[in-house]
Design a protein around this ligand. Structure first.
Ligand SMILES: [Zn+2]
Ligand SMILES: [Zn+2]
Length: 263
């Protein structure tokens, strides 16, 4: 899995290839092992991508079916104090102290992000710790971060998190906590992480309640609402309250603390 920015021309080529290669691009005999990875090909995008905000997020399957390129404007489709005050999605949040008064969604370096994941995450590799940067893209279109802020943990910054468990410093607008406009103590899809694994809310549709078989990353293998009865490895927001001190919207749940399991 690499994180890099692809020129627009590549996107065009991929899109064109999708239309021209279509179904005879066999998924079984093109698994050339170049020693790099056990890349497995698929013939269509995962059904979960249909849940993403299409105004912000674009997901494109590579022509050989082994990778998915995902890009986002980073603009969430919900209200926040971090929108400019004249934006229709601006919401006053008296309990929230913005990171700086002049920061707003779309300001600074903007919110855009992109990365490429394996179409089928590699669950046999080693675990990888998360970084202080975008670790995934939520269905709303905004970035997902881990449970760290700057050099320390999140406590010091919790007062700046909006009702979605997100904030924006000079960089992108990003979630640290359970993003309640997306999932609020339910089984909704939250987004996809850099290792290609999808993350869901605190509950799992396979049992209709909180999963009890999660690994250290909040992952387990079961059916989901997007797998048509098949079992698939995925993450959940771990149902363990995070005592986020001055967070204005108790209770708080860390969205994803890692490590990645899908590299
Ligand atoms: Zn942050
Ligand atoms: Zn589950």
């Amino acid at each position: 899995m690499k994180i890099y920015f692809k020129p627009l021309t590549y996107i065009t080529i991929f899109a064109f290839a999708l239309f021209t290669c279509s179904s005879d691009d066999s998924s079984s005999d093109d698994s050339v092992d170049n020693g790099d990875d056990d890349d497995v090909a698929v013939t269509e995008l995962h059904a979960a991508f249909a849940a993403f905000n299409s105004d912000a997020v674009t997901a494109i399957l590579s022509d050989d079916g082994t990778e998915v390129y995902i890009e986002t404007t980073g603009f969430p489709d919900h209200t926040s104090i971090y929108w400019e005050t004249d934006n229709a999605l601006y919401m006053d949040e008296p309990g929230v102290t913005k990171t700086t008064q002049d920061t707003y969604i779309g300001g600074g370096q903007g919110e855009a992000a992109s990365f490429t994941v394996d179409a089928i995450p590699n669950l046999t590799g080693s675990t990888v710790t998360t970084q202080l940067n975008t670790i995934g893209i939520a269905v709303s279109g905004a970035s997902i971060f881990n449970d760290q802020e700057g050099a320390g943990d999140l406590d010091q910054a919790a007062g700046s998190l909006d009702w979605a468990g997100a904030h924006k410093g000079p960089g992108v607008y990003h979630y640290h906590l359970e993003p309640t406009p997306i999932t609020n103590d339910d089984e909704s899809l939250v987004g996809i992480l850099l290792d290609g694994v999808f993350i869901y809310g605190r509950q799992c549709i396979s049992t209709g309640t909180y999963p009890t078989d999660l690994d250290a990353s909040g992952g387990h293998t079961s059916t989901t609402q997007y797998t048509d009865g098949a079992e698939e490895y995925h993450y959940h927001i771990i149902n363990e309250e995070y005592p986020a001190g001055n967070y204005a919207y108790d209770p708080a749940y860390v969205l994803f603390a890692g490590p990645f399991q899908g590299y």
